[in-house]
Design a protein around this ligand. Structure first.
Ligand SMILES: N[C@@H](CCC(=O)N[C@@H](CS)C(=O)NCC(=O)O)C(=O)O
Length: 215
């Protein structure tokens, strides 16, 4: 079900990218109503005085919930789960140990896959007019992705989800990175292809994809 609503107090800014998909996907999993302001990167919409006042980073995604204003896809998604999740949707990790293992995976996926390699490839590939050509960095980042993927591949062998045999935030982050990896035509193991193909069958994912990128 599409949870978008003009009356919702929860408001997301930004659509069309792997990072903006994450809060939308989480909200769809949780069944929370939200209003989406579908501004895009590099359209000038993140640079307006009104948006800069909200988010001085001039980036998307961004979230407002009542008085709260929050940037960073990971912080937004974790907030949504902590506030709106439950045992029937996605539940926040409860023990210190579970929280620590989730942090470990999220830091790895976000730090090593998203920011250190995939975004480097994006900056110096499709966005090279802004960030500059850097063929050596591009090649090194591609190799780096392959090294990190081996760790994920070994971990996922025989598992349905990353943690505790139940779907969670680290699965959302990994799936969005695997989509990105597929788009860059980087080789993925059969284990990771099967995992990612299963994740994208989720109803909430399919709805979120349509909302994040209607065309
Ligand atoms: N660490 C941030 C990264 C946000 C980010 O870089 N967003 C890009 C789109 S994916 C953006 O807003 N770019 C606009 C710009 O650089 O002008 C997050 O995970 O939310």
């Amino acid at each position: 079900m599409n949870q978008s609503s003009d009356q919702a107090q929860l408001k997301f800014w930004g659509s069309g990218t792997a990072r903006t998909l994450r809060p939308i996907w989480v909200a769809e999993e949780l069944g929370v109503k939200y209003q989406l302001m579908p501004i895009g990167p590099r359209t000038g919409e993140t640079q307006t005085p009104e948006y800069t006042e909200l988010n001085p980073k001039q980036k998307i995604p961004f979230c407002e919930d009542g008085e709260l204003r929050l940037s960073e896809s990971l912080a937004i998604c974790r907030y949504l789960i902590n506030k709106y999740g439950n045992e029937n949707t996605i539940q926040a990790a409860s023990t210190f140990e579970q929280k620590a293992k989730e942090d470990e995976w999220l830091c790895f996926i976000f730090g090593e896959l998203d920011e250190t390699s995939l975004y480097v490839m994006r900056r110096h590939g499709a966005l090279s007019k802004i960030y500059g050509e850097a063929p050596v960095a591009m090649e090194a980042a591609r190799e780096y992705v392959l090294r990190q993927l081996k760790v994920v591949d070994q971990h996922m062998l025989g598992k349905r989800y990353i943690l505790n045999e139940c779907f969670g935030l680290s699965d959302i982050f990994l799936t969005t990175c695997l989509n990105w990896i597929e788009a860059y035509e980087i080789r993925m193991s059969d284990v990771l292809i099967e995992y990612r193909d299963r994740m994208i069958l989720r109803d909430a994912y399919k709805t979120a994809m349509k909302i994040n990128k209607p065309d």
